[in-house]
Design a protein around this ligand. Structure first.
Ligand code: PHE
Length: 450
């Protein structure tokens, strides 16, 4: 399976499989954990408007661009750039992708580890019995410990490796197809419950009433960075997945579907979280702790709460796994295709490195809390550099590559399956990719970094 360039390349087996894997990659902690808390920190409605614009005009066109590069190149990010533009330095974007994959995965598994700690504690009934006003310190006790969070981060990494070892069709695709629909159903149930809480209108108005005076150039950069993070673009994930997509599939349609589903899930998570925040007088600006302290309170207030609590954290864990596998696959595809290594060996090497980097990330909430650089902990540095620097910069060059370096004929061929399907917004796509995305990314980066 993907052992060398000579053996038959693994790939997705069905349209629904591709969709599940790509949405599985996009939907993850970014939607359920990060989106609500950055929305809370950046003032709500106005941030949401900017975020939606970033998704529609920049994120989605980039997602399509990555699919195009991947399906055309049929290799990992570095290999694909090399193949589509031989002898030119575009492969450096691919190199950035691999670096981003290592960085993102190293801190992503730490958060996913917290989720798994919660799953364990809700299975043992421990979490459900914590009093509402103590849940904050309960959570801090978990994250500031040494052994437990590192242990769970390791478990996440191990599960990721076990899924991915099965390959694309029998690993990634199989699990994504099963797990994603369950997540959607549970979210709908929780959303209905949340909307029935007394403070729900206040929560909704926080989310949907834009107050543009709260917007800063930093929050615009956060919105842009998060649009990339949430759609899994800017670091070659969708190039890698694109390389497994068959020539029959309709790439533009797929890109639209993934973007819509991803945004929907983020909005739904917000609708679960914010009514609760306001109903129980919590702070919308609680940062990374937000879902970990609000969700247990939601469950305590609902019928069969204990059951739903376990189930929901399990699903967040699953959503996280369908994302971690997509990040690890970027690295595995690169190693197996470039060095002719087996999947197993590639997994062993990369997982060891990622685990080592994840240790100081985890300790950033405890032992190494005060070890900071420019006011940021090790964890914050990885989070900030990847979301706000590497992904936007990666996205910038990917858009320039598809917009100018690739032959226009090839781009159109990939979008239309050699003229067999029609896409009504081809010129809008070209406009986004050639002008809107690069210009916007440059402006936002320059202002946001000051
Ligand atoms: N999109 C994933 C999420 O929202 C995270 C991710 C980022 C996955 C980059 C792959 C690449 O959680």
């Amino acid at each position: 399976m993907g052992k060398s360039k000579l053996t038959k390349r693994d790939g997705f087996g069905s349209k629904i499989g591709v969709l599940a894997a790509a949405t599985g990659s996009a939907i993850g902690l970014g939607n359920i954990w990060k989106f609500p808390y950055i929305l809370g920190e950046n003032g709500g409605g106005a941030f949401l408007v900017v975020y939606l614009i970033c998704i529609a005009l920049i994120g989605m066109p980039l997602l399509l661009s990555e699919f195009i590069i991947g399906r055309r190149g049929k290799l990992n990010p570095i290999g694909s750039f090399n193949k589509l533009s031989p002898g030119k330095p575009w492969w450096i974007i691919g190199l950035f992708s691999i670096a981003s994959a290592f960085i993102i995965l190293s801190y992503y598994i730490v958060i996913a580890g917290w989720v798994f700690a919660y799953i364990y504690r809700s299975l043992t009934g421990n979490l459900f019995n914590v009093a509402c006003n103590e849940i904050g310190s309960y959570f801090d006790n978990i994250t500031s410990a040494v052994g437990e969070p590192i242990f769970w981060a390791f478990i996440v990494l191990l599960l990721t490796a076990l899924i991915i070892i099965g390959g694309v069709k029998n690993g990634i695709e199989k699990y994504s197809k099963l797990l994603m629909p369950i997540l959607l159903i549970i979210l709908i149930i929780l959303m209905i419950h949340s909307l029935s809480l007394p403070g729900s209108l206040k929560g909704l108005s926080f989310m949907f009433n834009p107050d543009f005076s709260k917007l800063t150039s930093k929050s615009i950069l956060t919105a842009l960075g998060h649009a990339f993070f949430s759609l899994s673009v800017g670091m070659g994930t969708m190039i890698t997945y694109g390389s497994y997509i068959s020539k029959r599939e309709n790439l533009p349609k797929m890109a639209v579907q993934v973007s819509i589903l991803d945004t929907l899930i983020a909005l739904m998570s917000g609708i679960v979280i914010f009514p609760t925040v306001f109903a129980f007088g919590l702070e919308p600006t609680s940062g990374p702790r937000l879902i970990f302290i609000t969700l247990p309170i939601v469950f305590q207030s609902m019928q069969f709460g204990e059951f739903f609590e376990t189930l929901f954290f399990l699903l967040i864990g699953i959503a996280a796994l369908t994302s971690t596998i997509s990040i690890l696959e970027v690295i595995i595809a690169f190693i197996t295709e470039t060095y002719n290594a087996s999947r197993k060996k590639a997994i062993k090497i990369s997982v060891s490195i990622i685990f080592l980097i994840s240790i100081p990330c985890s300790l950033s909430y405890g032992l190494m809390k005060h070890v900071t650089f420019l006011g940021k902990t090790f964890f914050d540095i990885l989070d900030f550099t990847s979301s706000n620097l590497l992904l936007p910069i990666g996205g910038l060059f990917i858009s320039i590559f598809v917009g100018f370096a690739m032959k226009k004929r090839d781009v159109i061929d990939e979008c239309t399956n050699r003229g067999r399907i029609r896409i009504g917004w081809l010129s809008l796509f070209m406009l986004c990719i050639r002008i809107i995305a690069p210009v916007a990314i440059i402006i936002v980066l320059i202002n946001g970094l000051n």
